[in-house]
Design a protein around this ligand. Structure first.
Ligand SMILES: [Zn+2]
Length: 309
């Protein structure tokens, strides 16, 4: 975690022209053979970058390209562990980050750097336009703050499971490979509205009916405890102690996977394939309108916020 200038929270504040130049040279060497990032459209650079680099505003487009290259260089190498497990790079979170900062520009572009600088400015961070561990930490906290289950757990409480008559059975076609799954009634109704809209809006999703089916939903505490004991896999006792699935508001949804990986594989290669698939990208853009929030470490795990856990 140490020794990488991108990791340092105060790094942007200490950028001198020399560091920018050496970073640009370093990145230029690194990316020498790659396709150049295209110029941002005129007017794309707005206040934060211009403010930060006000003495060099005539160079702003070149700086934005450099920042795009810095993000491009860190996308697969920045050491992060936002959810406990060490990860290399933040590409798995790029769709969620693009949505969060309000851009359609990919993470390695000048436009993304500009939108990130605006977001950093709004959140009281130095508007460097470059993803750092510190910036990622603030963004992760924002994501987690939108999950009522996580907020409740932070108080030390664990929600009681719903009463049996608060749960509803999904149809066999809604469970992955016909699996019987249950959700709270409101969550199931919201899930159905969302999936109908996804399939109507995206024929490619409708063409693969297994996409967006549910491979797990409500799990009773007893079921989770038994599974934990049987598999010797308690996900660091989270599953056994208090899983979000006991609320009847959480589900695991089938996304595009990497070849050969099961729908619930948390292997980094699989998670990366998932977030680059159409199903996940549609959810990131639209699930919020139906009351759903994601646990970004598990692209497949979504929680309905329409009722208290
Ligand atoms: Zn889950």
């Amino acid at each position: 975690m140490h020794g990488n200038p991108l990791n340092n929270a105060s790094w942007p504040e200490r950028i001198g022209g020399q560091l920018i130049l050496s970073a640009a040279l370093w990145v230029g060497l690194l990316l020498g053979g790659c396709t150049p990032i295209k110029n941002p459209p005129a007017g794309e650079l707005r206040r934060p970058l211009l403010h930060l680099f006000r003495h060099e505003s005539c160079q702003a487009p070149a700086l934005a390209r450099t920042l795009g290259r810095l993000n491009s260089a860190s996308l697969y190498v920045l050491h992060i562990a936002p959810f406990g497990r060490e990860e290399l790079g933040w590409a798995t979170y790029a769709p969620e980050i693009e949505h969060e900062i309000g851009t359609r520009c990919a993470a390695d572009t000048p436009g993304f750097a500009d939108a990130l600088a605006h977001w950093q400015h709004r959140r009281g961070l130095a508007p460097s336009g470059v993803m750092t561990v510190a910036t990622f930490a603030v963004m992760k906290d924002d994501w987690q703050a939108r999950r009522p289950f996580v907020q409740l757990r932070a108080t030390g409480a664990c929600p009681a499971p719903p009463r049996a008559n608060d749960l509803a059975d999904a149809k066999p076609t809604e469970g992955y490979e016909g699996k019987a799954v249950q959700l709270r009634k409101g969550a199931l109704a919201a899930y159905r509205r969302m999936v109908a809209a996804a399939r109507q809006g995206e024929p490619a999703l409708a063409a693969k009916p297994e996409l967006l089916t549910l491979f797990s939903a409500y799990r009773s505490p007893a079921y989770d405890a038994a599974r934990c004991a049987h598999d010797h896999n308690c996900q660091g006792v989270v599953r056994a102690a208090c899983s979000a699935h006991r609320t009847g508001l959480a589900f695991d949804i089938v996304l595009d996977t990497a070849p050969g990986y099961p729908v619930d594989s948390s292997a980094d290669a699989n998670r990366l394939a998932m977030v680059n698939g159409l199903a996940y990208r549609w959810l990131v853009a639209n699930a919020g309108a139906y009351g759903f929030v994601n646990y970004p470490f598990e692209p497949w795990h979504w929680e309905w916020t329409g009722e208290k856990p």
